[in-house]
Ligand binder design. Structure first.
Ligand code: 5GP
Length: 219
């Protein structure tokens, strides 16, 4: 596995802080992918979590960027050492979220973005409640969600119906999240998501540099 971890810039306040596992979930069509992309472009201290997989790389895929590509023996070893937040078999290969690498980087103030569904959210939350922040994005209405799915112009009506059913099922898990944002306007929604991330970074228990700082203030 290539090692691409790097220490992020600390931002305007120089105090050390612990990173956030920032989860964005939504039914497909509610704008999660767009918001994720905007966040990764706008904010240097957060990056997408890179999964480990036994699938061979596709042309153009880079080890440590798109995935950490490993063989079956290495994946077995990671499972045995309990080094996954979660893992699952998908289409004959195995995929997992590596715990060790993320934990080490969290200590340095690196934030990670997870674009995952409610089941993945639940698994991650069970493994690491203190670092996880869960944000759910809702469409402004069911009619608008359907309009957005139809405007992609790629699917047959039955496929759209199936996607709408899946969307309703996903929405039913809205109350398992810390924050819920309605995506009426993508820029306004993005601004709210950034505010959530900024506020979570400021939480006292994440500001690991506060103890020595305050000690010095009081000396
Ligand atoms: P692909 O091989 O096309 O990149 O991904 C195939 C599937 O694996 C996708 O549905 C993707 O969501 C899933 N996947 C990728 N990484 C992970 C992971 O870390 N954990 C789980 N459970 N699924 C993953």
């Amino acid at each position: 596995m290539a090692d691409t971890e790097s220490v992020p810039p600390k931002g305007s306040d120089a105090l050390a802080r612990r990173g956030v596992l920032f989860i964005l979930s939504s039914p497909s069509g509610a704008g999660k992918t767009t918001i994720s992309r905007m966040l990764l472009e706008a904010d240097d201290a957060i990056r997408l979590s890179v999964s480990v997989t036994t699938r061979p790389p596709r042309p153009g895929e880079i080890d440590g960027v798109h995935y950490y590509f490993v063989d079956d023996a290495e994946f077995d070893r990671l499972v045995e050492e309990d080094d996954f937040y979660e893992w699952a078999p998908v289409f004959g290969y195995r995929y997992g979220t590596p715990k060790g690498r993320i934990r080490a980087a969290l200590k340095d103030g690196q934030d990670f973005l997870f674009d995952i569904d409610w089941q993945g959210t639940q698994q991650l939350y069970q493994k690491d409640q203190q670092d996880v922040v869960r944000v759910f994005i809702l469409p402004p209405s069911i009619a608008e969600l359907r309009r957005r799915l139809e405007s992609r112009n790629t699917d047959e009506p039955e496929v759209i119906d199936a996607r709408m059913d899946r969307a309703r099922a996903e929405i039913s898990h809205w109350d398992a999240y810390d924050y819920v944002v309605i995506n009426e306007d993508v820029d306004a929604c993005f601004a709210k998501v950034r505010e959530i991330l900024d506020a979570e970074r400021m939480k006292r228990q994440r500001q690991t540099g506060l103890i020595p700082f305050v000690r010095e203030l009081m000396a």
